[in-house]
Design a protein around this ligand. Sequence first.
Ligand code: FMN
Length: 390
Amino acid sequence: MERRKFITTTGGFVSATMLTTILEASSIMTLIGCSSNSKNKEREDYTQFDKPILKALAIGLNAASAHNTQAWKFKIISDTEAEIYIDEKRLLPQTDPPTRQIHISGGCFLETLAIGSTLIQYQTTISLFPKGDYTQSEIGEKPFACIKLTPQKESNSHPLAEHIFKRHTSRLVYEGNIISDETKDTLIKESASEYSRLIIQNKQEEIKPYLDLFKEAMKIESFNLPTNEETRRMFRFNSEEIETKRDGLTFEGQGTTGMAKVFTKMAVKNNEESWNKKSNVDAGLEKFNKGVDSSKGLVYWITETNTIKDWINVGRDITRFLLVLTKNDMYAHPLNQGIQEYKAMDETRIKLDSLMKIEPNQKIQMIVRIGKSEKPFVSYRRHLNDLTKG
Ligand SMILES: Cc1cc2nc3c(=O)[nH]c(=O)nc-3n(C[C@H](O)[C@H](O)[C@H](O)COP(=O)(O)O)c2cc1C
């Protein structure tokens, strides 16, 4: 207890040792049934932590992140303050050379935390780049944000806060009709995009050429060895890996269940030859294409410039939108392959930008298909005590 107090009040990083005491207490809570969501093995129960800052960080961990990398690490400054860093060991150099999607994920984390902290009656103030702007080589050395919690005057939580734990990416086939103009207007209004231009396409003839382009882009990424191998490195092939590593992508998350999962697991092994075998890649693409063809709407976020700050801020807009979708019983599946910045994707990316009439300095930061589906797989999150800097 003394050690924990020392670390949290003197600006040390959260460490496994430090959290042992808290976690022991929480195990007892779980045993006696006091924990609010103790049955949820995928995500840590934020109520187990005693300090507001730890509770808020644990809520933030529910955010979406590219490849479920959860590339975040934290430095605790006080019971109500922390610095947030990108974890430089968790980047995606092949699919995300500029670290754009990793920083968008950072923005997703900040917005999830800011909305979620109202559940514990705290307001969050976010300061970006508290130690100054950084270059690529300083990622992980300087924080991208500092968060400060202050007690709220009223006990109301943010209207989107309760949806944080129900938001999941669904790569399943979407059912029903294309979204109506009324739904489109509701989504735009409720998500109140602040830092980016939000475009929703909801006409079948309008979305068709884009769907074809997204399928083409996924084919390029899947048959491009470096990017496909990066996905393999982030893939968790069995329950043990899923439950111990608590990050990355899974067959279940791709919507492969039942007997199909059994056969897929028999065919696709965790080695370069099997993962990149044409028949295995084709099977994955066939599944992806079915999902894409079932899109009930396409959503794009576009920024006027393409800076690290834009990436973080657009992550905040995206998060609000995703929570609004959850509130409206809908899901999203990002289709970002065609906007990624590696050589093999150059031609397709230029084609997409031209179709969307994107000006030279502008950037499409994220694309998702939306619609209704069955409840998808719930992805795991790492434990707060594993998010240690250095
Ligand atoms: C910046 C960003 C890019 C993403 N790109 C893709 C993508 O191209 N394809 C995809 O299937 N999921 C994509 N995702 C979704 C993540 O894989 C997902 O958030 C992560 O696996 C955690 O799962 P969850 O959203 O269900 O919590 C992206 C998420 C973020 C934040």
